[in-house]
Design a protein around this ligand. Structure first.
Ligand SMILES: N=C(N)NCCC[C@H](NC(=O)CCC(=O)O)C(=O)O
Length: 446
């Protein structure tokens, strides 16, 4: 029985915009108020998905969320019909309004933490949506994210869905952006590796000083308990607080792992020697590769700008391990040269594929942010909603769908246009039919 790693990418939503919402995320802040192109953003994402499917990967799609979120705005006291709610919020509380318009659910690395059945005590694939408490615009995602995951991974015989963790900074959870897994074969019991930014219940421990630590140790441990992970095969590591303060807001901005490889920056962790020891002990006797990138070759600043580590490390059906990197890595000659050396060196990585995901990059989301990894056995893959799996037909349908419904220019002022909400709902209504998701959106449930 073949077990593989599928990647479920977030389809970019119709309100994709640059609102500067993420304090601590350099790209988000520096592109605040830039004009976005939602159509191009969604098409760039679809092209990456299609290319990975064409490489023989199992590629899935996760649907976007309904935005602007008029339900949250109503909870915050804005009244009237939908158009009135939008107008009043945009006028009286523009910052809150913008937060309720974000298409941030596109970064599905933050949708959930997923543990394969081989690692979990109930022998099912376990999902815990991330509560994303640290940023208001993202904290309104988890309930609908949970619904979308249930609409795709429907079969209780194979999949277990947990509720997101309690919504408080103490249990701040950013999902798979701070979680990776090592294994020899995907179907084997693996080592689950959780990286956290701070200890929430112990002030004596070091923590970043300028920018927030979005993931807590206590949240990571709660997810591991929910998933029934084996303690001997679970490793926790603290992110280096100094690099959080340099804009490394998730571990996947500074490290990426797959199978028997951890590719990471020298400054990624607080105690690298200990992290390596713990992974080696948990992994056992196999051949494990720690590919450490020294600061003298790639500075943290350059890693954050190019997103060298926000790359996907994947195994093609041929068994070759390749890197899926953003164009920004190719355009930066020092980073490109470094990647050439990584491929030439004695490690399992054999090739780099570059993709243009600039619309997402400008908000701090590279190739790895855009995907949620789900390890599936054959039987589990067959149990997945097949209308969420990328192939020629779905690619054609979704490309036509984007071209029909999306705008190619969006500025902050356009977000209050009631017509945009109507356009978005019409698009999502169509999408639930294309992907056979049922009524996952609040506007479909009224
Ligand atoms: N690293 C991973 N896995 N994900 C990237 C998420 C980027 C996202 N940006 C934003 O939400 C910016 C939205 C804006 O400013 O308009 C965030 O900071 O949460």
């Amino acid at each position: 029985m073949k077990t593989l790693e599928a990647n479920f990418d977030g389809l970019v939503g119709p309100t994709h915009n640059y609102a500067g919402l993420s304090f601590g995320n350099v790209a988000s802040k520096s592109n605040a108020k830039a004009i976005s192109n939602p159509k191009q953003a969604a098409l760039q994402g679809l092209q990456k998905m299609k290319a990975l499917a064409d490489l023989g990967m199992c590629q899935g799609v996760l649907a976007p969320q309904e935005r602007p979120d008029v339900y949250t705005l109503r909870r915050l006291g804005f009244t009237g019909n939908d158009a009135e709610v939008l107008t009043k919020a945009a006028q009286h509380a523009p910052a809150i309004f913008l937060a309720c318009c974000s298409a941030s659910s596109m970064w599905t690395a933050n949708a959930a933490t997923v543990s394969p059945s081989a690692d979990c005590s109930n022998k099912k694939v376990n999902f815990t949506p991330a509560n994303l408490t640290n940023k208001f615009h993202r904290s309104i995602e988890p309930a609908v994210t949970g619904g979308i995951l249930r609409a795709i991974f429907t079969d209780d015989a194979h999949f277990t869905h947990h509720q997101h963790l309690p919504v408080n900074d103490h249990f701040g959870d950013e999902g798979a952006a701070n979680h990776t897994r090592f294994c020899s074969d995907y179907g084997d019991k693996g080592v689950e590796f959780f990286v956290y930014g701070k200890h929430a219940f112990d002030d004596s421990q070091v923590a970043p000083k300028c920018f927030p630590a979005r993931q807590t140790l206590e949240a990571s441990k709660a997810v591991a308990r929910l998933h029934g992970l084996d303690k001997k095969h679970t490793v926790y590591a603290q992110q280096n607080p100094d690099i959080i303060d340099q804009g490394v807001f998730h571990n996947d901005v500074i490290a990426v792992g797959n199978k028997n490889v951890l590719f990471y920056h020298e400054q990624a962790f607080l105690n690298t020697a200990q992290v390596k020891r713990h992974i080696s002990v948990a992994y056992g006797n196999g051949d494990f590769h720690f590919i450490e990138v020294p600061t003298e070759q790639v500075s943290v600043e350059s890693a954050v700008k190019s997103y060298l580590f926000n790359t996907q490390l994947i195994n093609l059906p041929s068994g070759d391990m390749v890197i899926i990197a953003p164009m920004e890595c190719q355009n930066n000659s020092a980073i490109n040269d470094y990647l050439t050396r990584v491929i030439a060196a004695n490690n399992p990585i054999s090739k780099v594929h570059f993709f243009d995901v600039k619309q997402s990059m400008q908000n701090g989301g590279g190739p790895a942010c855009l995907r949620l990894r789900v390890v599936l056995t054959d039987a589990q893959r067959q149990a997945v909603n097949q209308h969420a799996l990328m192939n020629d037909s779905l690619y054609t349908k979704l490309t036509q769908w984007v071209n029909k419904h999306y705008r190619d220019v969006l500025s902050a002022n356009d977000l209050a246009d009631p017509q945009l909400l109507i356009e978005s709902r019409t698009a999502l209504d169509d999408l639930t039919q294309i992907m056979q998701l049922g009524s996952v959106y609040p506007f479909q449930q009224i």
